[in-house]
Design a protein around this ligand. Structure first.
Ligand code: AMP
Length: 428
């Protein structure tokens, strides 16, 4: 029986890993420029954390978690998202007593038992940020600007920002009743999930994935008309700050998050060109979450970006293939008795910071040159009997075909200079 990767998972082979490294590096650099620092939390947590921190009525918790009992019969769950673990770590290490706000970013795998399709996997990677300890609306704008800066640093310009405010529990309360009354007469037209949840959680009907639910509730009252003056002002400042920084956004009444700990700003970013799953990231403010998870009453805000969808967007950029690169230097050994000398030379070059390789499969000299070409080598160092005896090396430029001989002692600095001229990274 051939064993394959589990459904909804995938391998990243080295040619693709180069793109991941590029995206990850760019994202980290951008986040750090904004004053965020990396946090790494475990891949599994106590199940209860997600039940409380994500909410038992959400699809994630009710249908999609990888939950298992360990050998001590504790219920553990592979993390389906990164916010609840960050909140847990923030509380567990009493960071609320230190300098605020705390600005974190994370990058790592998440797990959801969802129906796999293009852009949706069971193990996927998210980059996310969380900020704890400030309710300043300019911070909401900064968080959105970070997301947008990441996209433009990656060369992605074709995106749409959707924005809304979900108010606070107080202004939402009056609104909820109105919405329930609007939905009740048409409840038979709703999907099974919405029919059950609309009384308990009517906002969830607004972001249901089923088009029929949307049609059934057309003309519904919008939350924006029910915000209290504080929430309205918060939203206005966020919008003005975005406009001042030339961010174009779409106000979207459908963008809601149906749980009480979500407050004020909610946003989502779509890249329309990447297919049906066009949402690359989303987030918002969650002023009630830290307390919900057992901490003090401190505000928070964050977002998560789906790395697979970002990479799809990167792939669909036209004419962009500067990322695949080979090994810059290859040492061709002309005879088995010189293998040891070859390895010693590699060691010297590598210690000088030069990426290099040699043949390990007894190829003929001709075949080694072909192999060097396949590896994408810019320079080939030819190490023959005669050269070894005289203490010299021949170095061939694979692009121009030009070949020169130099003394072995000059080799490292010569190669470094040549690579620097041709703009190779890692030239030492
Ligand atoms: P969420 O945590 O559900 O708000 O999702 C944030 C982002 O993560 C989405 O916009 C997607 O880009 C990505 N994402 C969520 N679920 C998946 C999944 N199952 N597979 C791939 N990407 C996902």
């Amino acid at each position: 029986m051939q064993i394959k990767a589990p459904r909804g998972t995938y391998d990243i082979l080295p040619d693709d890993a180069v793109k991941w490294q590029f995206a990850e590096k760019t994202i980290r650099r951008t986040a750090e420029r904004f004053g965020y620092r990396e946090v790494r939390t475990p891949v599994f947590e106590h199940t209860e954390l997600f039940e409380r921190g994500v909410g038992v009525t959400t699809d994630i918790v009710s249908k999609e978690m990888y939950t298992f009992k360990d050998r001590s019969q504790r219920s553990l769950t592979l993390r389906p998202e990164g916010t609840a673990p960050c909140v847990r770590a923030f509380i567990e290490h009493s960071l609320y007593g230190g300098v605020l706000p705390v600005k974190w970013y994370y990058l790592g795998p998440m797990f959801r038992y969802d129906r796999p399709q293009t852009g949706r996997y069971r193990q996927f990677q998210q980059f996310g940020v969380e900020v704890f300890g400030s309710d300043n609306p300019f911070l909401d704008a900064e968080v959105i600007l970070l997301l947008i800066n990441i996209l433009s640093e990656l060369g992605l310009t074709d995106y749409e920002v959707h924005l809304n405010s979900v108010g606070c529990p107080q202004c939402r309360d009056a609104y909820r009743h109105k919405l329930i009354e609007h939905i009740r007469p048409v409840r038979e037209k709703l999907c099974d999930d919405c029919r059950v949840r609309f009384e308990q959680n009517p906002l969830r009907v607004l972001d249901c994935k089923n088009e029929t639910c949307h049609l059934a509730i057309t003309g519904y009252p919008v939350l924006m008309d029910h915000l209290c003056s504080e929430c309205r002002e918060h939203y206005e400042i966020v919008q003005a700050a975005l406009r001042e920084n030339r961010v174009t956004y779409i106000h979207d009444d459908n963008l809601v998050r149906g749980l009480d700990y979500y407050t004020n700003t909610a946003f989502e970013v779509h890249i329309p060109g990447i297919g049906a799953q066009s949402a690359v990231g989303g987030g918002g403010r969650y002023n009630g979450l830290v307390q919900e998870c057992g901490g003090p009453d401190l505000p928070g805000i964050g977002f998560a970006l789906g790395m697979e969808r970002l990479l799809t967007a990167l792939d669909s950029r036209e004419g962009e293939n500067t990322l695949s690169r080979g090994i810059p230097v290859f040492v061709a050994v002309m005879g088995a008795e010189l293998e040891g000398t070859g390895l010693k030379l590699l060691q010297e070059l590598r210690q000088a910071g030069i990426e290099c390789d040699k043949d390990y499969n007894q190829r003929s000299p001709r075949a080694q040159l072909k192999y060097a070409d396949k590896l994408g080598a810019r320079l080939v160092v030819l190490l023959g009997e005669e050269e070894a005896q005289k203490g010299i090396l021949s170095i061939r430029d694979m692009q121009s075909g030009e070949q020169i001989s130099i003394t072995a002692t000059e080799a490292v600095s010569f190669i470094q200079k040549k690579l620097a001229e041709s703009g190779e990274e890692n030239a030492g």
